[in-house]
Design a protein around this ligand. Structure first.
Ligand code: UDP
Ligand code: MG
Length: 312
């Protein structure tokens, strides 16, 4: 019998949270009174997470499926691997660190059942560091301007999808992607609901500043070419201004005579323009790097083993 609900959880070095997560999650799901499966992807954890997930499978062989990655391919690829395998009609994602309370899943499922194909959660009283909250607000605003994706809280991974949407996401075949954004680009009738948010129960965030920046570049370049277009526009404006400046200096040279002062001003302007040039190269590089990754057509993740027990 195929389950009605599939819950997808990426796990990277979460040994300190898994036991509590599993207890709360199974309790919440049992209370819903619907058949379910839980797909954990072990994203190359180096702690005891892998062994613990296998143990969950032993305890609830019908409900728990474990995808064991060969290495660390990132949260979104971990979710992608599970999306390729889900059997449920409704699919819910959440984090393993208990920042997303499993008790909220029911709320998302209800929203799906009232006819929405994508239900995004937005976090009430977000419990993260000051830096993360403000950086995230900034990036959210930027994303809203340069992409067509309308969502309140892109960083919240407590979300629900109709299976049709999940199949579309899984078949997208992208190496670098941002799953909630992909979902919005396929959704016909999305909605958002407010969900609770807790501080990370144990352990530390698995996102370093560098990984966060990479992830946000995936979002921006993966869903918009506005950065490239802005750069072209900026280049055009700058060309016109420089042209006028040259004309002015030329006339001045004829009328007033040669000039020797203003060397440092000149350098300041020059340095600024060089910096802008390097920035532009970087932006182009971001796109080219991703194109390169896609054309190599290497597998986007490598699965070592899938631990599951399916009927039939
Ligand atoms: N995660 C993952 N692979 C990674 C980084 C994170 O599977 O490379 C998982 C992690 O175990 C957690 C979820 O993704 O379940 C969100 O990560 P985290 O809580 O560290 O992110 P934050 O809440 O700080 O944004
Ligand atoms: Mg977290």
């Amino acid at each position: 019998m195929t389950p009605y609900l599939s819950v997808v959880i990426p796990v990277y070095n979460e040994e300190a949270n898994l036991e509590a997560l599993f207890a709360r999650l199974t309790k919440a799901l049992d209370a819903l009174g619907k058949s379910y499966e839980i797909l954990f992807t072990n994203d190359g954890s180096r702690d005891r997470s892998g062994t613990m997930l296998r143990d969950f499978h032993r305890r609830r062989p019908r409900e728990v499926r474990v995808i064991d990655f060969n290495g660390n391919f990132g949260q979104h690829m971990a979710i992608m691997a599970a999306f390729e395998r889900v059997r449920g009609e409704v699919v819910v994602t959440l984090d393993a660190d208990l920042q997303n309370p499993p008790e909220e899943i029911g709320k998302l499922v209800v929203a799906i059942e009232t006819g929405h194909d994508v239900v995004g959660g937005y976090r009430r009283n977000r419990q993260d560091t000051f830096f993360r909250r403000y950086a995230s607000r900034l990036i959210n605003a930027l994303r809203a301007r340069i992409t067509h994706i309308r969502m309140r809280d892109q960083g919240c991974m407590l979300r629900a999808y109709r299976r049709r949407i999940v199949d579309l996401i899984a078949s997208s075949g992208e190496n670098t992607t941002f799953i909630p954004a992909l979902a919005y680009s396929y959704a016909a009738n999305p909605t958002e609901v407010e969900v609770e948010h807790a501080a990370r129960a144990a352990g530390e965030s698995k996102y370093s500043l560098y990984k966060l920046i990479r992830l946000n570049f995936d979002l921006m370049t993966g869903f918009s070419v506005v950065p490239l277009q802005l750069f072209t526009l900026f280049g055009m404006v700058l060309s016109v201004l420089s042209g006028l400046f040259v004309a002015y200096l030329f006339i001045r040279r004829l009328v007033i005579g040669p000039e020797a002062e203003g060397v440092f001003t000149l350098f300041a302007i020059l340095y600024f323009l060089v910096a802008v040039g390097i920035l532009g190269l970087g932006i182009i590089g971001e796109y080219i790097g991703r194109i390169y990754q896609e054309v190599r057509r290497r597998p986007r993740f490598v699965i070592r083993e899938v631990v599951e027990k399916l009927d039939g």
